[in-house]
Design a protein around this ligand. Structure first.
Ligand code: PAZ
Length: 390
């Protein structure tokens, strides 16, 4: 499964990727419906967020029998989408097929099976009076102990459906993910600064170019299987520079070695020039995240303008990292960490008290989204100010 002649480099530019790897067959149809959704919200002056969620696969065969996958269930993305909707955003929810979705996530078939909420239709038949004019056989009841939890979730789900604020798009493979990310980001351009990109999907770092994927099921006759994979192109760079130049771009960085989290987040900000990286450790991701960002964010154009108005040099960036934790934090983060040769990140901590989320449990996503809405508003306002002063 190694690269074929002429494709020897295992590092791919995004241009090479999109020139050689096939788009998903339904790309035009998805683009059309997403474009209509965006146009409607542009016309209504609403902020729109693209939330990516869940894991991406790398198929090992064209007739897919086996594929590589990752751990993500889409918890962060689906929960965050709900909080963005509550904050008045229109949400494009681009998620892995069959991963968790806003609202229905509360009743996942494994952790909270929906049928377990329902009363036995035979032993819990309503009385004549209770059923009123309705045919008894048509009534299925939720057990009384589940009603308080189900009612607000169901109500929010129905309200969202009626409001037209949620648009869903699904992917399975990493190739589909990359094609869709590019298409949807470009479609969001008319939103200008009102567009936010919340990239919480767990995207494979490696893929197998289509010319190296066998047509049929890999046979076991030859003993062990050696898989060679190429590096997935770093699409954040073209996304920030070309596909969504005015958007507010938030990427996530997952690590298992906590010492790598802040340095790698800083490297990503330096390399791609977007607004914010949210770092999380695999095992602590539900309880704490770290926001890594520039002290004074400037776009590439703003930095160049500053340099041309000064002595021609572009000032080195300084970064901050702010921990956000559920509940009181017994453990203080390090106060300052050197993140790269050219940049340092100073560290502070905000503890979030427990209480109040859906089902009585507070979720970290509620606080993440609240903070992002604040930063996004400031980003939109900054454009308003610079237009007024020009
Ligand atoms: O889906 P989930 O809630 O189980 O996990 C969320 C997450 C860890 C995938 C997300 O927070 C994240 O870090 N996404 C980016 C991963 C990466 O590609 O580095």
């Amino acid at each position: 499964m190694s690269s074929s002649p002429g494709e020897s480099s295992t590092k791919w530019s995004s241009d090479r990727f999109f020139q050689t790897q096939a788009p998903p067959p339904n790309l035009d149809q998805i683009s059309k419906s997403t474009s209509e959704f965006i146009q409607r919200h542009v016309a209504e002056g609403r902020k729109v967020v693209l939330v990516t969620s869940g894991g991406t696969t790398v198929p090992l065969e064209k007739n897919v029998v086996r594929f590589l996958d990752n751990f993500s269930a889409g918890t962060r993305g689906s929960a965050s989408a709900e909080y963005f909707l509550s904050a008045g955003y229109a949400v494009i929810f681009m998620s892995r097929q069959h991963s968790l979705a806003p609202y229905t996530r509360h009743y996942s078939h494994t952790t909270n099976p929906f049928f377990d909420l329902l009363a036995d239709p035979v032993s819990h038949l309503p009385s004549q009076e209770e059923a009123g004019a309705q045919d008894e056989g048509d009534v299925i009841r939720v057990l009384p102990q589940h009603v308080d939890h189900l009612r607000p979730v169901l109500q929010a789900y129905l309200n969202t459906r009626q409001s037209g604020l949620l648009h869903t798009v699904s992917f399975v493979t990493v190739n589909e993910y990359l094609w869709l990310l590019r298409a949807l980001s470009k479609l969001m351009q008319p939103l200008g600064r009102k567009g936010m990109y919340y990239l919480a999907a767990a995207v494979s770092d490696f893929f197998i170019p289509s010319t190296s994927v066998p047509e049929h099921k890999i046979q076991s006759g030859k003993g062990s299987l050696v898989i060679e994979m190429d590096q997935v192109p770093k699409v954040l760079k073209p996304m920030v520079e070309k596909w969504a130049p005015e958007g507010f771009v938030v990427s996530f960085k997952l690590e298992t070695d906590p010492n790598l989290l802040i340095p790698k987040a800083v490297t990503a900000l330096e390399r791609y020039g977007h607004q914010l990286v949210i770092g999380n450790d695999l095992n602590r991701r539900k309880f704490e995240v770290v926001f890594v960002e520039r002290k004074n964010h400037r776009t590439k154009a703003e930095r160049e303008l500053e340099a041309s108005q000064g002595d021609g040099t572009i000032e080195a960036d300084e970064f901050t990292s702010t921990w956000m934790r559920l509940g009181a934090s017994p453990e203080q983060p390090s106060l300052s960490s050197s993140a790269s040769a050219t940049a340092t990140a100073t560290s502070t901590s905000t503890a979030v008290p427990n209480g109040g989320g859906k089902g009585g449990e507070r979720e970290l996503e509620e606080d993440i989204v609240r903070e992002l809405c604040r930063r996004h508003d400031a980003w939109i306002e900054k454009e308003g100010n610079s237009l007024a002063s020009s």
